[in-house]
Design a protein around this ligand. Structure first.
Ligand code: BES
Ligand code: MN
Ligand code: MN
Length: 465
């Protein structure tokens, strides 16, 4: 290890308390991007990020978009032109905190808590996704800057505020700022580790697209005694059709749904087999026992290499106290589809529409509202950046990182590739039970501390590329 890196790691240890307090500051800002009531908080969070970057030597600014503001920063490496120029990406927006009554302590009042399994954890909405995670990188930069006066490689930073709402303004923003944002490759800290002791590099992300369907039967709500039997009930129509979406083996029944899906290669399967994924434990921690996806695939394959059709919400009719004898006029459902490489979001949504329309009985109609869509993305892990990161992670964790898939989605990462021609290196320190998007979200203090140390090492290894 270089003497410089040694001093940087020492600086991180010395600064631990203040570093945690800085994370608390950003968690206290309720930057929920899906709810316009928090627009002001999103602006505040963006400003906090830009000011933090300026403090550690970046030239940084908040950029307005038609949606949430973006934060962009640049820092030249100390040693002139050597090493790659990287773009670090993270998101300051968080998911809504609901249901509030299920939080042990308020979501935007971060605290250190004792956790029976992990020792000390940081609680709060965004503690893990993605404030704790992107701050591991920022804190590594701070330590490098304070110790040596600059960073070992040139770093640009992009922190957005729309990730949790599908990044609608991002594509136009990338387009308009192509030259400024295009670097040799991107670094992303928004994914997980294999387990608490084993670091990971994520090699693929699933894509995502969505659709909302509204079924209308009668032109108004009806008395179910006066019309019951003779009138179509749109809830029944909707649930009947959605009931056909999967067969008994868990396969999606939309024609053409699997047309572009590739079989996992033998090498890939062999590598995943070496991971000895504990399916019982994975399902057991959320009160389940049996994988519910396509029977021909293991739980790991179901989340990493197979697409899904998920009904996320369904509404219709009367759900208040007591009974109401009504046949509602409308019923609706929201669905999302997780995609694997080469599936086309437009084609999947079109297939879903056709699936509904072809089953619609006389006198019923369907309307569709479409959300954002982004394709899946996979990375070539043979490049030198992957090796540099793997070496750094092994030095920090005393264990080689696992190359793993990911069932989740980060829409921008595909745009980096298709719009800017950039590969991404995904290194994150979250754990499956960080409860991201759920009540009592948390981030291990160890993840935060060792995450920053990992990035400090990765930055140095990249400078030697
Ligand atoms: N950080 C997550 C993605 C993720 C989830 C990575 C699980 C690793 C494990 C990201 O913030 C996220 O939640 N993405 C959304 C995207 C959507 C709202 C467009 C997702 O995957 O649902
Ligand atoms: Mn995230
Ligand atoms: Mn998220």
């Amino acid at each position: 290890m270089s003497e410089q890196l040694n001093s940087v790691l020492d600086a991180l240890s010395r600064d631990e308390k203040a570093s945690t307090e800085r994370l608390f500051q950003i968690i206290r800002i309720p930057s929920i991007s899906t709810d316009p009531a928090y627009d002001e908080a999103c602006q505040q969070a963006a400003e906090w990020c830009a000011n933090t970057l300026k403090e550690i030597g970046f030239e940084a600014s908040v950029r307005q978009t038609t949606g949430k503001p973006m934060v962009v920063g640049h820092s030249q490496s100390g040693n002139g032109k050597s090493g790659p120029h990287v773009l670090f990406y993270g998101h300051y927006d968080v998911q809504p905190a609901d249901p509030l009554d299920q939080w042990d302590t308020p979501p935007f009042e971060p605290q250190l808590k004792d956790d029976p399994k992990y020792g000390t954890v940081i609680s709060g909405r965004g503690a893990s996704d993605d404030k704790g995670q992107f701050m591991t990188f920022i804190e590594a930069c701070r330590a490098w800057h304070e110790t040596t006066g600059s960073l070992p490689v040139s770093v640009s930073v992009l922190i957005e505020g729309e990730e949790e709402s599908g990044s609608p303004s991002l594509a136009p923003f990338l387009e308009a700022n192509r030259d400024e944002l295009t670097t040799d490759f991107a670094l992303v800290c928004d994914t997980g580790q294999w387990d608490a002791d084993t670091p990971a590099i994520t090699t693929m992300l699933r894509g995502l697209c969505s659709s909302e369907v509204v079924i209308t039967g009668p032109s108004r709500d009806l008395h179910s005694g006066m019309y019951g039997g003779a009138a179509h009930n749109p809830i029944r129509v909707l649930t009947n059709i959605l009931g056909d979406l999967h067969d008994e083996d868990g396969a999606v029944q939309i024609p053409g749904f699997y047309d572009d899906v590739h079989v996992v290669s033998t090498e890939q399967r062999a590598q995943w087999d070496t991971l000895s994924f504990d399916e019982k434990q994975f399902l057991g921690q959320v009160g389940l026992q049996t994988a519910a996806g396509e029977k021909a695939h293991s739980a790991l394959e179901q989340i990493w290499s197979r697409p899904t059709a998920e009904i996320n919400g369904i509404v219709g009719g009367y759900t208040g106290p007591g009974t109401k004898t009504v046949i509602p006029s409308k019923a609706s459902a929201k669905l999302t589809f997780r995609l694997v490489p080469d599936q086309d979001p437009d084609k999947i949504v079109a297939g879903f529409k056709e699936f509904i329309l072809s089953r619609l009985p006389d006198d019923c109609s369907a309307e569709f509202l479409r959300g954002q869509g982004s394709p899946a993305v996979g990375f070539d892990i043979s490049g030198p950046a992957f090796q540099a990161a793997a070496g750094a992670l092994e030095d920090e964790w005393g264990k080689q990182p696992v190359f793993m898939g990911c069932g989740g989605s980060i829409p921008i990462v595909e745009s980096f590739k298709s719009e800017l021609g950039m590969e991404s290196l995904l290194v994150g320190f979250a754990l499956d039970d960080n409860q991201i998007h759920s009540p009592n979200e948390k981030y291990n203090l160890t993840s935060y501390r060792k995450g920053a140390r990992s990035w400090a090492r990765i930055l140095e290894n990249l400078s030697k590329m």
